[in-house]
Design a binder for this molecule. Structure first.
Ligand code: 2NL
Length: 358
């Protein structure tokens, strides 16, 4: 056996014997590194006569190529073995029941979002989402909010640095830009709810700079205010888990709806407690209206052909009302004691069939 063949045999044996990446790298350096055995052989080609080189060249280069290929093959085998080992040992059985000692809780806002989604899904609504950082145009202009509107003031809205084209992106002040995007990209009939984070430059006992909204939008050819009232009434009964509720629609104003209304729910206040579906008191829970023809037009829909309604409510407030949470600020303080008190058990998904609150 020639010296080259012996070297090849020894090197290939060392490669298949390397048990991990570090060992394999050591073999590579000892063969192909600057002072490696194969590299040293390659260097000898320089001092050979042309005839000798003609014979030795292919032998030594062939050796280098086979060693290189064997190194690559072993590296990939080691990676496969590593992955298989991890798949074997790090297997998670997602069908196991939650551990009773588990500390995790579903945040009331997540719980309420899940409940809203289940209730509206049952009425044929799907969930739409969009970015938190919005174009000024989608957040304001398309919604018929004029440049001089107070919502556009710096102290109400978080503006981002101006772009090259002069436009200023904003942290969305409501979830309406998602409805704008939906109207621009989908043909009616549209039936969506849009739950999500919203931002306003406001911070006191009852306002946090980030809060949560759910808005709804229905657009079709004959959708009218009667449909709006039915949807909201069904929602309130399902959400507050009462068999019947009286609702009061007070005329109001929003730039993006005409006519507009604020909606109160019948309630009974006893001390700190509040009950829905009984009593002679009223509690405002949301705003709504028929989508303004200008908004439809701005979003590429023909107002002569299509019409519809929209509504918006604060999720944080809905959660406080339903679950008797007195203060808004701890919602965003990540205090585990608060979360253990007001949070919900994991895997206790709200469904219409299984009930919403347990
Ligand atoms: C409130 C009132 C409202 C809407 C939101 C809306 C969205 C589009 C077009 C028309 Cl794209 N309207 N949204 C309409 C009326 C009221 O929210 O008090 N929210 C907390």
């Amino acid at each position: 056996m020639s010296e080259i063949e012996k070297l090849e045999q020894a090197t290939l044996a060392a490669i298949s014997g390397a048990g991990d990446d570090a060992a394999l790298e050591a073999v590579r350096v000892s063969a192909l590194g600057k002072k490696g055995s194969v590299s040293e052989l390659l260097k000898t080609l320089g001092s050979m006569s042309p005839d000798e080189r003609k014979v030795q060249g292919p032998l030594i280069n062939g050796l280098r190529d086979r060693v290189t290929a064997a190194l690559a093959a072993r590296k990939s085998d080691l990676a496969d073995a590593d992955l298989n080992k991890r798949l074997e040992t790090e297997r998670v059985d997602v069908t196991l029941p939650a551990r009773p000692e588990s500390q995790g809780r579903i945040h009331p806002i997540t719980q309420v979002m899940d409940e809203l989604t289940a209730i509206f899904a049952d009425m044929g609504f799907s969930v739409a989402e969009g970015p938190d950082i919005e174009f000024d145009d989608f957040n304001f202009t398309k919604l018929n909010i004029p440049p001089e509107h107070p919502a556009r003031q710096m102290h109400d809205t978080f503006y981002m640095a101006p772009q090259k084209d002069g436009s200023r992106p904003v942290l969305r002040t409501h979830t309406s830009p998602v409805q704008v995007r939906t109207m621009m990209s989908q043909k009616p009939p549209i039936r969506i709810i849009v739950p999500g984070r919203t931002y306003r430059s406001d911070s006191d006992q009852t306002h946090t700079p980030m809060f949560h909204q759910v808005e709804g939008l229905v657009i079709d050819q004959t959708t009218h205010m009667g449909h709006l009232k039915w949807v909201l009434e069904e929602f309130c009964k399902a959400f507050f888990e009462v068999p019947k509720v009286t609702m009061r629609f007070r005329p109001s104003y929003f730039p993006f709806t005409e006519p507009s209304a604020e909606v109160d729910m019948q309630c009974e206040r006893r001390g700190n407690e509040i009950r829905f579906g009984e009593g002679n008191d009223w509690l405002e829970i949301l705003g709504c209206g028929m989508v303004h023809p200008k908004v439809l037009e701005n979003c590429g829909l023909d107002p002569e052909r299509y019409q519809g309604f929209a509504f918006g409510a604060g999720i944080d407030r809905l959660a406080m009302l339903k679950y008797g949470i007195p203060d808004l600020r701890p919602f965003f303080e990540s205090d585990l004691r608060w979360l253990r008190h007001y949070g919900f058990a994991a895997l206790d998904f709200p469904t219409l069939a299984g009930g919403l609150a347990r």
